[in-house]
Design a protein around this ligand. Structure first.
Ligand code: GLC
Ligand code: CA
Length: 543
């Protein structure tokens, strides 16, 4: 690929903001757009290019905004359309684009389309959703919702069931109806005209469902829909688009994202995030990380899409536990392991996503049940305990994997509520904010923050990080994550001790610590022949 043909988002680093937990500006305990605008300077300091903003459209908030009742307005809890326009403009001034979260698989049950649809089978909006005949108490089949229980809900007025792959209050849209597709495209064009930089497409691999055949993800018409969607909307702007596709494989991803712009820019692929759960089980069935599998999956995506697609690279998001607690060590090696994880991620090819607070090394929480807010977690508690799983065991699983781990308020300083709000926060602040916060991180040159800042800057400085090919070294090592990147006589070596033991290690053939440039290192000095707990560095050399 020649440099002139690069897309802006191939050199970009994207930062995810979960707005209700980022910064409150009016003391109601909920983060909002004016609050985010106040913090743009912080994000500019970090060096990011764009913000993926989780949903802020009008919503009854059954799933924290992933249940939209008006796609063309902002929920008053987050602000107004004027605030959004101001966010876009203020972002632009700082070189930060705004990427909106598009929820196209379903709406809220309070969306006017659904309110009309459920009134009568003859209503023109009825066919905007997925209905099946049946008898009350006997759903059409045994499809399950991702948030527990049946995926079918009975509506007495029409004597039919509707499909909801997520919560009962998130009815699935019927993409087979061309009117639905046209209405959504129209809405997307409306947002494009407001100057957004791109879109993240929520649960988009589920839109082409065929529920009678129990096909939910990767339905037969999915690629057709992606192409039509892109043709009608995104392809008319220089946008970044990223589809959330939990069930994608490398081969499927090649058909969903295309550098020529006919599909998405990239997809989120999740297989590496499922290597620490029981095979065939759910996310609540914890298992130790299968590290060899984890590495081989990541390597497979790196090599599989090289030159023909584009990877999104991320460790976590608002649906996952905090990475430093999950794959690092959030106690004595919190700082080292947070930097190690960042280094391994940011050395790979693709567009990195930084989830808010990861640049501070924010950690999981372990709250009692009453302090959790997430619908998925609360439903899972009911379902798992009702199935007879011991309560203590359930709570441990929820504390380890629950989505609220990522949703506790951003820790800005050591003042009341971590500087997030002057009111009562909608979810408890992690008590460790006294030590872990942005103010402390900005004052400490060795903080996790400056490691992220450096990695983001390196990506702009070294083409090899964007363009180089990837080779996994030490694939059979139970402790080390090592890889090289190479590009026309330039080479990059990333070495990481992924765990807490000290291990012997010599650099690979052709690498000389004295000659190579150390681009980043999470320990102060180099100790030949060994790697200390969570030690990680990145070396660069030219022929
Ligand atoms: C996606 C979102 C998640 C949401 C779900 C339903 O997986 O990331 O937060 O609950 O879709 O919209
Ligand atoms: Ca607020």
């Amino acid at each position: 690929m020649n440099a002139g043909k690069k897309k802006w988002w191939q050199s970009a680093v994207i930062y995810q903001v979960y707005p209700r937990s980022f910064q409150d500006s009016n003391g109601d305990g909920i983060g909002d757009l004016p609050g985010l605008i106040e913090r743009l300077d912080y994000l500019q300091e970090l060096g990011i290019d764009a913000i993926w903003l989780s949903p802020v459209c009008k919503s009854p908030q059954a799933d924290n905004g992933y249940d939209i009742s008006d796609y063309r307005d902002i929920d008053p809890m987050f602000g107004t359309l004027e605030d959004m326009d101001r966010l876009i403009a203020e972002g632009k001034k700082r070189g930060i684009g705004i990427i909106l979260d598009l929820v196209l698989n379903h709406t809220s049950d309070e969306h006017p389309w659904f309110l009309a649809a459920k009134k009568s089978r003859d209503d023109p909006y009825h066919d905007y959703y997925v209905w099946r005949d049946g008898e009350e108490g006997t759903p059409p089949n045994d499809l399950r919702s991702a948030f527990s229980g049946s995926a079918w809900e009975w509506v007495p007025e029409v004597q039919q069931y509707y499909l909801h792959q997520f919560a009962v209050r998130q009815p699935d849209l019927n993409w087979d109806n061309p009117k639905v597709r046209e209405a959504l495209y129209d809405m997307i064009r409306w947002w494009m005209d407001r100057g957004v930089a791109g879109f993240r497409l929520d649960a988009v691999d589920l839109i082409a469902k065929v529920p009678d055949e129990k096909i939910l993800a990767n339905g037969p018409r999915l690629q057709e829909y992606f192409r039509e969607l892109s043709r009608e909307t995104f392809s008319h702007g220089d946008l970044v688009t990223v589809g959330e596709t939990w069930n994608a494989t490398v081969d499927l991803a090649k058909g969903y994202s295309n550098p020529d712009g006919s599909e998405f820019s990239m997809v989120f692929q999740f297989s590496h995030t499922m290597t620490d759960q029981v095979e065939g089980g759910s996310k609540w069935d914890l298992a130790p990380l299968d590290f060899l599998k984890f590495k081989s999956i990541l390597a497979h995506w790196q090599t599989g899409l090289h030159g023909c697609g584009w990877n999104s690279i991320f460790w976590d998001n608002h649906d996952m536990p905090r990475v430093v607690s999950r794959w690092g060590n959030d106690k004595e090696y919190r700082v080292e392991s947070a930097k190690m994880l960042a280094t391994v991620l940011h050395g790979m090819q693709g567009t990195p996503y930084v989830y808010q607070g990861d640049e501070l090394g924010m950690t999981n929480v372990a709250y009692p049940l009453e302090d959790y807010r997430d619908i998925e977690l609360l439903n899972a508690y009911e379902e798992l305990t009702a199935a007879g799983r011991p309560e203590e065991d359930v709570l441990y699983a929820l504390q380890t994997r629950g989505r609220d781990n990522a949703r506790t308020p951003m820790q800005w300083d050591d003042g009341p509520n971590a500087g997030f709000t002057e009111g009562e926060p909608w979810i408890r602040v992690n008590p460790n904010y006294v030590d872990i916060n942005a103010k402390a991180a900005l004052a400490d040159p060795d903080s996790v923050f400056y490691c992220y800042k450096k990695l983001i800057a390196l990506r702009k400085e070294y083409d090899i990080i964007r363009d180089g090919d990837f080779t996994l070294l030490e694939p059979d090592s139970d402790e080390l994550f090592v890889y090289t990147r190479s590009l026309d006589g330039e080479q990059l070596l990333v070495v990481a001790n992924f765990f807490g033991n000290t291990v012997p290690y010599d650099l690979p053939e052709g690498w000389d610590a004295g000659r190579a440039d150390v681009l980043i290192h999470n320990y102060k000095d180099y100790e030949p022949g060994t790697l200390r707990p969570y030690e990680a560095f990145m070396l660069y050399q030219k022929d």
